[in-house]
Design a protein around this ligand. Sequence first.
Ligand code: C2E
Ligand code: CA
Ligand code: CA
Ligand code: CA
Length: 279
Amino acid sequence: LKQKGRDGWQFFNDYQHHQALQRLNVTLGLRGAIENQELQARFQPILSSDRGRIVGAELLLRWFPPQGEVSPAVFIPIAEMSGAILPIGLWVFRAGCLAEVEWRRRWGTHAPYVSVNLSARQLSDESLVDDMSRVLRETEADPSRIVLEVTETALMADIDANLLVLRRLADLGLRLAVDDFGTGYSSLAQLTRLPVSILKIDRAFVDGIETRHESRAVVRAVIGLGRSLGLTLVAEGVETQGQHLELLNGGCGLFQGYLFHAPMKPEDFVRLMDAQSDF
Ligand code: C2E
Ligand code: CA
Ligand code: CA
Ligand code: CA
């Protein structure tokens, strides 16, 4: 028993050691990530319920340090802790702006909108609005075709301070989406205080929609209330036809998930759009 206990202790220690080492490696590695051109954008199509047309794309960040690929689920939280998310977040926003300009040049009014993720740490950065305003000017991107995704948890963490920043971002003409909606504890009434136009229903609810009664009820309620508030609803993580059908019947307008497309390289996204011949 004692032996077993010691093994357990040993294992826990190794795990913690591994975590700390990973955090350090990632923190050091991220310092040169922009300069060394190790960051890349992927785009995941967002489809309309109307004949499955691609109306938008979410920019998802990828990091390729010399030793391979590191998942954003690993490096984003570490970048938030170290502050590296600030320059990285701005790199992402610029990449989103450049995509918007290129897509509008290619497809005009049929060009999809670009959705970029914004972390809580960026929202509390006092130079965020000026930085984004500058990038918009430099790239000549159309802000009304760019959506900023902020998670419900990040939004509600400090709603009064965020309100001021979000209003200034909305004043730049940018659109705002609540990401991972349903995982936090905000009421839709609170949300109406924010200049939000899109709700992204969290994958966890979409996942349970066919099997869990509660998930189905939550999703139906969110879609109904969201629509009555004039919000656009996006279901994320749609993996099955059953989920798609249930969401469609519930009144959801936009869909994103492996059932349709995984995140793809920019050139593959362009090819896919070009092949979409119905315009
Ligand atoms: P998220 O914003 O909720 O992004 C959706 C995640 O779900 C992405 O993972 C996407 O690849 C994945 N996904 C899409 N469709 C499906 C599906 O049908 N099934 C399943 N199981 N997963 C699906 P990814 O790309 O690994 O990103 C993970 C998280 O990392 C993102 O979650 C976001 O929180 C963060 N992240 C990614 N890029 C950025 C960025 O540029 N800035 C910030 N601040 N965070 C980012
Ligand atoms: Ca997102
Ligand atoms: Ca999400
Ligand atoms: Ca998520």
